[in-house]
Design a protein around this ligand. Structure first.
Ligand code: ADP
Ligand code: TYD
Length: 216
């Protein structure tokens, strides 16, 4: 049976990567055959692209940026995501195509039509079975993200964006949630890490058809 494809989305600092790690620990303890990945940078080529266009101080033209996210995604879908799903594995990706709708569409101003065409081309129409949108208040998320980057030194070009930019990105995610409520589920990410984790577990376990709590 084809595996399930789950993606995590949200503005930077919304706590998605923390939640992804915690979810992975729980699913592995339940023997779910899991592939954890991320965009950009889920493949070897993707990691090189990521360094070249994201982890740089060079100016990057918005069109080049959008096409590079798409190139990273095309490689990711073809070499990693599709084969894993076909092998029956559960794939969880920290970001996928909705990030392009939110960041390059609402953030940078590319039209919905352009984003749709590029995404269709890059993904061959592969959509997640479930996407979790971690909805955190913009100022709080920027503060969390900035603290994390001070601690681990992983700041990238996107971390220099404004409150106004992240507000547009958040609104774009909320619009997707309104348009596709079954696939794209909003999780309140303003509470504690453990409260958010409990909500994530409930939603993901329902999709995978496993109990939210292990038998004791
Ligand atoms: P993202 O992957 O969405 O950018 P992270 O998971 O890296 O976010 O979290 C950013 C920072 O915020 C990290 O230092 C993390 O420990 C912290 N953090 C995550 N979730 C919460 C939360 N619910 N409350 C407070 N801080 C959090
Ligand atoms: P990353 O360090 O992975 O961010 P985080 O851990 O906060 O998710 O950096 C990825 C950045 O790239 C992030 O700011 C979102 C942005 N991005 C886009 O603008 N478009 C995209 O299609 C994707 C996948 C990411």
């Amino acid at each position: 049976m084809r595996g399930k494809f789950i993606t995590f989305e949200g503005i930077d600092g919304s706590g998605k990567s923390t939640q992804l790690r915690m979810l992975a620990d729980v699913l592995r303890s339940r023997s779910v055959d899991l592939v954890l990945t991320r965009e950009p940078g889920g493949t070897r080529l993707g990691r090189r692209l990521r360094e070249a266009f994201l982890e740089t101080e060079d100016a990057v033209a918005p069109l080049a940026e959008m096409l590079l996210f798409a190139a990273d995604r095309a490689q990711h879908v073809e070499l990693l995501i599709k084969p894993a799903l076909e092998a029956g594995r559960t794939v969880i990706s920290d970001r996928y195509a909705d990030a392009t709708t939110a960041y390059q569409g609402a953030g940078r101003g590319f039209s919905t039509d352009t984003i749709k065409q590029i995404t269709e081309l890059a993904t061959g129409g592969l959509k997640p079975d479930l996407s979790l949108f971690f909805d955190a208040e913009v100022a709080a998320a920027i503060a969390r993200s900035s603290n994390r980057h001070d601690a681990d030194g992983t700041r990238n070009r996107m971390d220099l964006e404004t409150v106004d930019f992240y507000t547009r990105v958040r609104e774009a995610y909320l619009k997707i949630a309104a348009e596709e409520p079954k696939r794209f589920r909003t999780v309140d990410a303003n509470g504690s890490i453990h409260e958010t984790h409990d909500n994530v577990i409930a939603i993901v376990c329902e999709l995978l058809g496993i109990a939210a709590r292990a038998e004791v």
